[in-house]
Ligand binder design. Structure first.
Ligand code: CUA
Length: 155
């Protein structure tokens, strides 16, 4: 079989690029530890409100400048709806949904996860600057979707 010179070059380049991209993917995952934010445990989606820690959603101080927020998303609000923390706090959100899939995005941060009934999402972020961030549901979850938001207030 005869393969044209240019065709050979393009094939070679394509294969080389694939190797480079795969290498970059493996390097970021295993060398740098870049992982998707997300799944940290499972629970019975029908008994979320009875399962600790989700039986008691809220903001908890876990150490100096360290907070944990146990968060529930349900149609069409977040609980707690307002998170108030001092500037410089590192906050770990543990969140899930009680009914359907919701989104959990904190404006102007890299916090961006899906809340899936039966799965626990966990994400940690340090809020350095004082200010307000909206918490937005960015997964369409029914007629009240556009009204589903909360607030992180950094003091
Ligand atoms: Cu909850 Cu959209």
């Amino acid at each position: 079989m005869h393969i044209h010179k240019t065709e050979k070059a393009v094939l070679g380049l394509t294969i080389a690029l694939l190797v480079v991209f795969l290498g970059a993917l493996f390097y970021s995952a295993f060398g740098m530890g870049v992982m998707l934010q997300g799944r940290h445990g499972e629970l019975d989606p029908k008994a979320v409100r009875e399962t600790p820690p989700f039986d008691e959603p809220g903001v908890f101080e876990r150490g100096p400048n360290e907070y944990e927020v146990v968060m529930l998303g349900s149609a069409w609000s977040f609980s707690p709806n307002e998170v108030r923390i001092p500037a410089g706090s590192t906050v770990t959100f543990r969140a899930t949904a009680t009914d359907v899939i919701h989104g959990f995005h904190v404006e102007r941060t890299r916090i961006n996860v899906m809340l899936i009934p039966g799965q626990v999402a966990r994400v940690t972020y340090t809020f350095d600057e004082p200010g307000e961030h909206l918490i937005i549901c960015h997964e369409y979850c029914g007629i009240g979707h556009h009204q589903m938001y909360g607030k992180v207030i950094v003091e």
